[in-house]
Write a protein that binds this ligand. Structure first.
Ligand SMILES: [Zn+2]
Length: 291
């Protein structure tokens, strides 16, 4: 009788511990579609959350579709941090708990471009993560709030880390503004309009080579870009590490200007701050050559 009672007690204790483990103390899982959001969530959560990345920095987010194991990862997530604006909405439509960060940015700041005109959410340029002001003012606060909602016990830590990151991005934003201020009215050439908001909202016209996702420009398009550039001041020529460089090489030769690698997804960086520091150095280098 005593043994049976002891057995029952141990069984109940085990069940109780199992309950605590799966409900209270289990590390919450966050999956981010894009590497920049992965870097941000990692930095804010500082090891308190299990953070996964869906699209590796070498892959093209515009043409990505999840594999079976990706779908499993998404199903197990307590929170999915996604971009929105047509970039990742289609394959996430059956998931709950998705934070579309771009929806937090007031529509008056969003702009359209020709390359993204086939996207399902209108023709708005979706590359909102490459503008430090959007990150500091809207995206990071939204991520901070969602992390605090799924894991309230660490909310103070998330607030503190988010504040630090916002401060760093505001500093970077000021440096970019200073660097780009003398280029108002200039043009810049990019393979794909990724750093669109940084240039366009600084009064610099972005000339994109691609005529749709992954579509290389026609000879006519190349000619028209060269003509436009010759009539204006050119800040520089840039291409992402994952893009085809053949058209950029032709333009670079024709205009007698070097081209530079400008990374939109954080290939070899461990923080979002590092991604922008690298971008700043690249722009600075191009500007120096121009002068
Ligand atoms: Zn794009």
């Amino acid at each position: 009788m005593r043994n049976a009672l002891l057995f029952l007690l141990v069984l109940l204790l085990n069940l109780f511990l199992l309950f605590l483990n799966t409900n209270t103390f289990a590390t919450k899982k966050v999956v981010c579609t894009l590497n920049p959001y992965f870097l941000i969530v990692k930095e804010i959560s500082a090891g308190k959350l299990d953070v996964g990345l869906l699209i590796k920095p070498g892959a093209n987010p515009h043409t990505f579709s999840p594999t079976v194991s990706d779908a499993k990862m998404l199903s197990n997530a307590d929170l999915i941090v996604a971009n929105g604006l047509g970039l990742d909405n289609a394959y996430l439509k059956n998931y709950k708990n998705v934070l579309y960060v771009a929806e937090k940015i007031p529509k008056k700041f969003l702009k359209t471009d020709k390359v993204h005109q086939d996207d399902e959410h209108g023709n708005v340029n979706p590359h909102v993560w490459l503008y430090p002001q959007f990150l500091a003012n809207y995206i990071i606060p939204a991520i901070r709030d969602e992390l605090s909602r799924i894991d309230p016990s660490n909310a103070t830590l998330y607030r503190r880390n988010a504040e630090k990151l916002i401060g760093e991005l505001n500093n970077l934003d000021r440096r970019f503004s200073k660097l780009l201020s003398s280029f108002r009215g200039s043009v810049v050439i990019l393979e794909h309009p990724s750093y669109f908001y940084l240039f366009e909202l600084s009064g610099i016209q972005l000339l994109s080579l691609e005529e749709g996702h992954g579509k290389q420009p026609s000879p006519e398009k190349i000619k028209s870009i060269i003509k436009t550039v010759k009539e204006k001041n050119l800040l520089g020529i840039f291409v992402g590490p994952q893009f085809n460089k053949s058209a950029i090489e032709i333009i670079s030769r024709e205009l007698g200007r070097n081209y530079h690698i400008l990374d939109p997804l954080g290939y070899n960086v461990s923080t979002i701050g590092e991604l922008f520091q690298n971008a700043y150095k690249t722009l600075e280098q191009a500007v120096k050559e121009e002068k």
